[in-house]
Design a protein around this ligand. Structure first.
Ligand code: NDP
Length: 239
């Protein structure tokens, strides 16, 4: 039996395609998101599906422990869950700003916290944090989103240095535009129109499946090959 893979945000977009890819490659999976029905409907083999909000550390930890009791220790955690409500900072409620911080940053910390000591003790393991090009450069309507993804970049880079002596890999993946539902938490009509026009000009950008293939490739390299950061976009996307 191959080793256990944990994927957050597996109910749609990149996480869903990751779940399908890893299942097709024969890995046992723990798949997490709030809309668990959408994950169950994928009907994937050897997949435990749990309704977990990544903000809830206890639920996150219990789900991982339950899966580990069946499939053994986690070999790869993919922190993919995220939200992107775009708008000017003066239009975004503080609650929405906090949600972004809690899901995009604290969700990543929660997941890392559950697995990191076991990986360190095992001298093996991989953590893949899904950041964004928004973690490398700032742009309009992304004040807090940029902040969270810069945070994910910084956390991943620093943790990578601390975990390297223990043979644990940490990969930051930074996609540009991917054709998913990520914009669904944005409500400002003008921001939505601009986003959709940009997306249309790029014919949708990368597909979630393409991103999942790249992540799978990085994981499938031998444990001593650490692809530290991947920045990827549709070739026609300039930034
Ligand atoms: P989707 O909206 O399609 O997927 C987001 C996933 O995150 C869903 O499965 C959702 O599940 C899950 N999620 C959101 N909030 C929570 C929560 N509180 N607890 C658990 N799961 C949660 O978007 P993408 O696939 O595009 O997004 C995946 C990642 O990729 C995000 O981190 C995003 O920032 C990043 N990204 C996306 C880009 C793009 O252009 N699409 C570009 C760069 C990075 P549910 O609602 O069921 O809980």
């Amino acid at each position: 039996m191959k080793k256990l893979i944990v994927i957050t945000g597996a109910s749609s977009g990149i996480g869903k395609e990751l779940a399908i890819k890893f299942a097709n490659e024969g890995f046992p999976l723990l798949l997490l998101a709030r809309r668990v029905k959408l994950i169950e409907e994928l009907n994937l083999k050897n997949a435990i599906c749990k309704s977990v909000d990544v903000r809830n550390y206890e639920d996150f930890k219990n789900a991982i422990n339950e899966a580990q009791n069946i499939y053994g220790k986690v070999d790869c955690l993919i922190n993919n869950a995220g939200i992107m409500p775009l708008d000017k900072i003066f239009n975004l409620s503080l609650d929405t700003q906090y949600d972004m911080v809690d899901i995009n940053i604290k969700g990543v910390l929660n997941g890392m916290n559950v697995v990191i000591n076991d990986m360190k003790d095992a001298n093996a393991g991989t953590i893949i944090n899904v950041s964004s090009v928004a973690g490398r450069w700032t742009s309009e309507n992304r004040v807090v989103y940029n902040g969270t993804k810069f945070g994910v970049h910084a956390i991943s880079e620093s943790a990578r240095k601390e975990l390297a002596p223990y043979n644990v890999r940490i990969l930051t993946i930074a996609p540009a535009l991917v054709d998913t539902d990520l914009i669904s938490t944005t409500t400002n009509e003008e921001v939505l129109n601009n986003y959709h026009n940009f997306k249309k000009n790029l014919k949708g950008g990368l597909s979630a499946k393409q991103v999942a293939e790249v992540i799978y490739y990085a994981y499938s390299l031998p444990q001593n090959v650490s692809l530290k950061e991947i920045v990827l976009s549709d070739t026609k996307q300039v930034v």
